[in-house]
Design a protein around this ligand. Sequence first.
Ligand code: 13P
Ligand code: SF4
Length: 301
Amino acid sequence: MAIKDKIKKLKKEKNAVILAHNYQLPEIQDIADFVGDSLGLSIEAAKTNASIIVFCGVRFMAETAKILSPQKIVLLPEKSAGCPMADMIDPRGLKSLQSKYPNSVTLCYVNSSAAVKALCDYCCTSANALKMTQNIIPKNKKIIFVPDQYLAQYVSAKLNFNFITWEGYCPVHAEILLEQIMKVKSLHPKAKVIAHPECKPIITDFADIVTSTEGMSKYIKDSIEKEFIIGTEIGIIYRLKKENPDKLFYPASEKAICEDMKKINLEKVLWSLKKMSHEITLPKRVMDKARLSIERMLQII
Ligand code: 13P
Ligand code: SF4
């Protein structure tokens, strides 16, 4: 039996669902029940009737699924799939920053550990960071935003509002350079430039559209334009081509590859379902506190 068929059979027998992020390998996107951005994956994890969630993404995403569905088994097929940006902040560091601003509230980007989320008042993803901030500002003027300094700068510029920030960043997006985009643009002058808000401000200022990975998919589907320069991790281009066979896509940088997102393959998914590995477990106390910030987000979007 082909490996894909083995996965399908086992998935049915165990009442499991496979959720995959837009940056996953094509073979994973093809077998997934749902492919999406962090927000879409959280929503899907919260509403699924499956008993097991096989999460093809990175640890903070699988943790978010577990927090939202604590009664379900959440499996991360590769234990070491993490997010370097999420690892740039820990509870100790956040507590120390919060102690300097006692009258503040904390908004955390979903790219953070469960332990960090447990110390935050609100959570957001790249899809709703603007909306979440707009909702919080009337109630609180002092907002700590962690850990992504570039997403914070993007939202600040849009809303003319200053956050208290943390110096975290995504190494994949931070290495996308304006010179590279200009070079691609000179070869394809009609192409629209689309960038993820984790890119540096010099890139988001230049881009025609700044949006989450799901926002990119939606914008391109609805657009009458035919060519696009994609300023994010290049794994999403597989999905974009599949959804838009008549359109052309050029990576802003061929080097924009998140190694952690590429750690999961078909063999690991099969193994994960067979052995029920690697199960995400979190202390109840941490999950209960972290859930508040995520649920506040899900109520607002
Ligand atoms: P999205 O939520 O836009 O998919 O982004 C997640 C991420 O990790 C981007 O690097
Ligand atoms: Fe983290 Fe960046 Fe990878 Fe997204 S692309 S998971 S932010 S390291």
